[in-house]
Write a protein of this length. Sequence first.
Length: 299
Amino acid sequence: MAALRAAVPVLSLLLGLCLQPAAAAAPLVIWHGMGDSCCNPLSMGYVQKLVEKKIPGIYVLSLKIGSNLIQDVENSFFMNVNDQVREVCSQLAADPHLKGGYNAMGFSQGGQFLRAVAQRCPSPPMLNLISVGGQHQGVYGFPRCPGESSHVCDWIRKTLDLGAYTQAVQEHLVQAEYWHDPLKEEDYRKNSIFLADINQERGINETYKKNLMALKKFVMVKFLNDTMVDPPISEWFGFYKSGQAKETVPLQETSLYKEDRLGLQEMDKAGKLVFLGVKGDHLHFSEEWFDTTLLPFLQ
């Protein structure tokens, strides 16, 4: 009888543990790519519903830049990226669902934009960053952009060719702000108002480095048959060798990594960098691949 009485507290403790509700999944913040919007049912709306279906009860915030969907699409072309990042940081700080931390998933240019959020705005904390086709060393060319027949795409190409690093273009054309010309590296370092800053091209911001290294995982997805991003290795943080536009080098052979200006070398050695490849063109993936490959980073 005494043994039974002694066992009661232990049994009660075990029963209490069994009845504890499962820990809720961390919230998810999504940022769309060029020419897209927060809630397109064929893209971000689809992804949001997919995540909510697979992880019941999760809070998903699909970022909208502007007061309506039309503005959201337009701003993906014409709103200064630094202003966009500031606006997003304000949105995240004001959202009570995110105060304990959140995971982030950026699609195409949304990948490098969310990395800027991680580096510049550590509160609330970003836990894991998943970059789906993000161009972390920028692009040098737009072989194909959303709406191939659209005059907007043609205008963007011509503008970038003529004056990507002029102040007016940098201030008002999103794609110029991550345009990385390997033939004009000095112009890029001096005049790029966004990418050169977050990639520590003009000096070391220790806060950027510290904040990025606080991530648990930085997942980079490269599309193995990408015909839109030039060069595709930018999706894994690689780029062209300086001074030419034919031969590329992986992240580990770049000065950014060797000098560890962002802490990527240390993160790599700690197992925090994840490089994933998926067959298909830019942002083309199956629901099965998404479920089995990306969802585990959210659970």
